[in-house]
Design a protein around this ligand. Structure first.
Ligand code: SF4
Length: 347
């Protein structure tokens, strides 16, 4: 791999694993910050920064930060611990949650209790509690914007997996009916039964993400005790039959105490089925640290940037071996790239 690309990936990994970005009291952001209700930065006020072809979403703070964004002529640069870190940085707008994607959370309340997830712990003023018709109309409004490229939907499991999927499929069908058929739609459901996958495809979804969360069964039991590991794997396998190879992805969270070998075993297991893993560095915050440490029985260590880059390199090699790529995705995290070092896109 080219040295410049590796050094950019390493800087991105330092940002992903590091603390917030401080912005001065009088600093006026050129775009509204994003406040996500799902994903690794849920609950935090964040902005998207781009540099050397990479982009990253970072929590911002007016009080303190490991990094500091400073004005540099017409643009910006980034300091780390007071020292120059990245010379030229741009601030990019999000559409909804992600740059170029209208990415909505169909429901934040959850019947499950995965210890890393903060969705269900967020205040209702943050979760916004949008009903499906309101989401449809916000997506259609967003589709008028020049930077609109894709639609994506995620959801916590509000009542039951199948009822949640019905709500998601309703939004997909309405949006699909109204939008240019070339606009891709991605969905990230928890699957109750195979028919849920059929429903989402029939409604017009093009890509699907079904998260295994961790490939370490013992960690899975401790952290996602109410979910069914084997059912998720069967759902992924079935989803590949319905959506196609390279149209199904799955999060493996990294940083829960699993080994690299276990992570890569998971990547390869999924790849053999035609599914492209997303290696998602664990975001530890004040809402999930205690429940996670209690469940796991050990203190959490922050992910090192070296581990993030090393795993991304191995991830890429495994995908190549199975003729897969993250480039086959046009929605959700592989297309967004804000939270991970993404093989084929960042290195
Ligand atoms: S990478 Fe995924 S979770 Fe992160 S901002 Fe983008 S779409 Fe959201």
């Amino acid at each position: 791999m080219e040295a410049g690309m590796r050094s950019t990936a390493m800087k991105k990994a330092i940002l992903i694993s590091g603390g917030p970005v401080r912005i001065a009291e009088d600093f006026i952001l050129p775009f509204l910050p994003s406040r996500s209700t799902a994903g690794p930065g849920a609950g935090a006020v964040a902005i998207v920064l781009t540099f050397d072809g990479a982009r990253v979403k970072k929590e911002v703070s007016r009080e303190k930060g490991e990094f500091e964004l400073v004005q540099k002529g017409e643009g910006y640069s980034l300091l780390r611990k007071g020292e120059p870190f990245i010379e030229d940085v741009e601030i990019r707008p999000t559409l909804f949650h992600s740059p170029e994607q209208a990415f909505f959370n169909v429901g934040s309340a959850c019947i499950y209790d995965c210890k890393f997830c903060v969705s269900r712990k967020l205040d209702s003023r943050i979760t916004k509690n949008l009903d499906p018709d309101r989401i449809v109309s916000m997506i259609l409004d967003a589709s008028e914007r020049e930077d609109f490229r894709a639609v994506a939907l995620t959801s916590a499991v509000v009542d039951s997996p199948s009822e949640t999927v019905l709500r998601m499929a309703y939004v997909v069908a309405k949006v699909r009916e109204a939008l240019d058929p070339r606009i891709p739609i991605g969905v990230e459901p928890y699957i109750g039964e195979f028919e849920d996958i059929d429903r989402l495809k029939a409604a017009g979804a093009d890509e699907i993400k079904i998260n295994i969360e961790t490939f370490d069964r013992e960690i899975f039991r401790k952290v996602c005790g109410k979910l069914d590991f084997d059912r998720i794997l069967r759902s992924i396998k079935y989803a590949v039959q319905i959506f196609g190879v390279g149209k199904v992805c799955s999060n493996i969270i990294v940083g829960l105490g699993e080994t690299d070998d276990n992570v890569l075993e998971g990547v390869e297991f999924l790849a053999r089925m035609g599914c492209v893993a997303t290696l998602r560095p664990l975001k530890i915050n004040e809402m999930n640290r205690r429940p996670l440490e209690e469940a796991l029985g050990h203190p959490l260590e922050p992910m090192s940037p070296e581990r993030i880059v090393r795993l991304a390199e191995e991830h890429r090699m495994l995908l190549e071996l199975y003729h897969l790529s993250t480039l086959s995705f046009r929605t959700m995290c592989h297309a967004c790239t804000c939270c991970d070092v993404v093989p084929f896109r960042d290195l």
